[in-house]
Design a protein around this ligand. Structure first.
Ligand code: GTP
Ligand code: MG
Length: 227
């Protein structure tokens, strides 16, 4: 086995071990000031309503951690989870759903901007793009927000089980193009299907790089200073 293949295998294993840890729901957060004061590195999942954020978190953790809704745009809170006291996961409220008021959109923006600018633990965002639709205007606006906040992000395609091989290739090429146009966008991306388990081990491996050993004295959802 080449060194590179051995290293990839090692990270796949680390990802598997990391996401096999207990995943505890901490709390829903409607105001940035209420974010749990943890010291762990945090990964956030962002994307349009209905893109499959909660489903992907469930597939990664292999359990029904996050709530999958049939009504797009219902989740307005940031839902925070503690993964084995190794890292925290934030399921961000979706955007781009047409049938919401301007007030709701303003509240979303205020919460997300405060979160991206103020959450010092935030190390990585997975920005989910529905493979059937590609990156839409609202996704490009989100990429711009991430660029401005200098938050490194991976583009992650979702629902690729709905595409044939040619369509998948097209979707991946589109994502590569967007990745190259955004300074905060990292080159690694993963095409996934939460439903069929495609790309899940690879995404776990990618995110395992972000996990840190908890600092002494860390307690989930209690105490702790901002990093
Ligand atoms: P909001 O919380 O409303 O922003 O939505 P979300 O991004 O969390 O999406 P959610 O995980 O709730 O999934 C939305 C719908 O897409 C559900 O009906 C899921 O079953 C479906 N879905 C999610 N992932 C996949 C996938 O990989 N393949 C297919 N075919 N459907 C999926
Ligand atoms: Mg959700």
């Amino acid at each position: 086995m080449s060194d590179r293949a051995a290293l990839e295998k090692e990270w796949l294993k680390r990802g598997q071990v990391l996401f096999a840890q207990e995943c505890k729901f901490l709390r829903p957060v409607a105001n940035f000031a209420d974010m749990p004061r943890t010291k762990l590195s945090e990964i956030a999942f962002a994307g349009r309503s209905n893109v499959g954020k909660s489903s992907l978190i469930n597939a990664l953790t292999n359990r029904k951690t996050a709530r999958v809704s049939n009504t797009p745009g219902r989740t307005r809170d940031i839902n925070v989870f503690d993964l084995g006291t190794r890292l925290t996961i934030a399921d961000l409220p979706g955007y781009g759903f047409a049938r919401v008021s301007n007030e709701t959109k303003d509240n979303w923006r205020e919460l997300i901007v405060a979160y991206l600018q103020g959450r010092t633990q935030l190390k990585r965002v997975c920005l989910l793009i529905d493979a059937r639709h590609g990156a839409l205007e609202t996704d490009l606006a989100m990429m711009h927000l991430l660029d401005l906040a200098e938050t490194p992000f991976h583009l992650v395609l979702t629902k690729i089980d709905k595409l044939n091989a040619t369509q998948r290739e097209q979707a991946i090429n589109d994502v590569r193009r967007h990745a190259s146009e955004h300074p905060a966008c990292l080159p690694e991306f993963v095409a996934t299907s939460a439903e069929k388990g495609i790309g899940i081990p690879e995404l776990r491996a990618l995110l395992a790089h972000v996990a840190r050993t908890p600092e002494k004295g860390y307690k989930a959802a209690a105490g702790g200073r901002r990093a």
